[in-house]
Design a protein around this ligand. Sequence first.
Ligand code: NAG
Ligand code: NAG
Ligand code: NAG
Ligand code: NAG
Length: 356
Amino acid sequence: MVISKILLSFLLLAVLSLAFPMHADGREYTHTLAAGSRWGKGRSSNITNTVNKTSTLALELGSRPGKCSGRPKLYRKAWHTLTATERKAYIDAELCMMKLPARLTSINPAVRNLFDDMQAVHQIQSDHIHSSGHFLPFHRYHMWAHETLLREACGYTGAQPFWEEQQDAGKFALSPIFSPETGFGSATGTGEDSCVSDGPFAGMMLSVGPGYSNQFHCLSREVNETASLMSAKVNVDACLQLPTFGKSWPCIENLPHRGGHNGVMGEMSNAVSSPGDPLFYLHHTYIDKLWWEWQSQDLNSRLTQIAGMTTSRKPATGWVLATLNDTLTLHGLVRDLRISELMDIQSDLLCYDYVL
Ligand SMILES: *[C@@H]1O[C@H](CO)[C@@H](O)[C@H](O)[C@H]1NC(C)=O
Ligand SMILES: *[C@@H]1O[C@H](CO)[C@@H](O)[C@H](O)[C@H]1NC(C)=O
Ligand SMILES: *[C@@H]1O[C@H](CO)[C@@H](O)[C@H](O)[C@H]1NC(C)=O
Ligand SMILES: *[C@@H]1O[C@H](CO)[C@@H](O)[C@H](O)[C@H]1NC(C)=O
């Protein structure tokens, strides 16, 4: 009863926010985020604070010897190319995360396990990490931490897979990723709340979210193929051919990124608490791959391009430009990193690549 009242108010807020025109500074979007409702359109920026190539940070990046020389690179592959054994190993590792003790009860008393911790660090920073210059770097960091924890805490030996969404645009429901036998369970749940009721996460209850609240609620999905069309190849191609980070990032955030979230709906469409759906990590790894594909077209300049602001909403003290020197945090789940350390996926630290 309580939960359906809460859901109803979210729906109302979502409808209201859709009915309002978007302001250039993204205030309505921020409001939508605060309400924990559906993904809105992100604020774009025409400021490209590209780092002067002779700056200390750029030198640090450019002078690093070798590529990923310390240990074998992890090759991240598309889910539909994994063998049944590889798929099972990944799902088993995710289920393991859900059984390990929580570490971050101090930032959110609702967390029950390590999987919840990963959701909580996203929830608590939601206002900074969307519609801001930190969007792509933060989510690269979050995916890398997820991969690292699966391996270090759960003995997973593979790489973080991704969901090749453009090939499923307009027909998400038919994707092998939603197989109840070898995937994440059906694209649409059952009952009034569309609770996921088949596959490895059948009956899963979340205690973090929805949105900024912490209410016990089921993992839900309700596929929307109109929204999934935002993930279409034509959109991806358009974003990847934009010439600067300041143009490409908002395009990626507004089109393929929203396509994955709003195409799956349910928890995935909640901008704040979407990491409650284990599918989130395959979606955002795909978004990271798109950023890397964009970077790869001109590594000389694109390993040092950042743009936009540090927040999605203007702070009382005024906007702050995002820089490569900004520090991102996951509250100790893995160490804090500067954005400069997240720019090159082939660095000794990150050390992964995408199998295209
Ligand atoms: C870029 O920003 C400047 C300064 O805020 C503004 O004058 C200009 O119209 C903007 N250009 C575009 C293409 O939005
Ligand atoms: C970059 O920095 C160097 C050293 O501080 C300076 O000499 C040069 O003029 C700068 N270049 C640009 C394009 O700002
Ligand atoms: C499905 O997505 C489209 C496009 O985002 C949206 O206009 C529509 O309202 C959504 N349908 C439902 C039932 O949410
Ligand atoms: C980066 O930030 C640190 C503090 O966080 C500061 O000490 C340092 O001078 C900064 N470096 C550059 C190149 O701006």
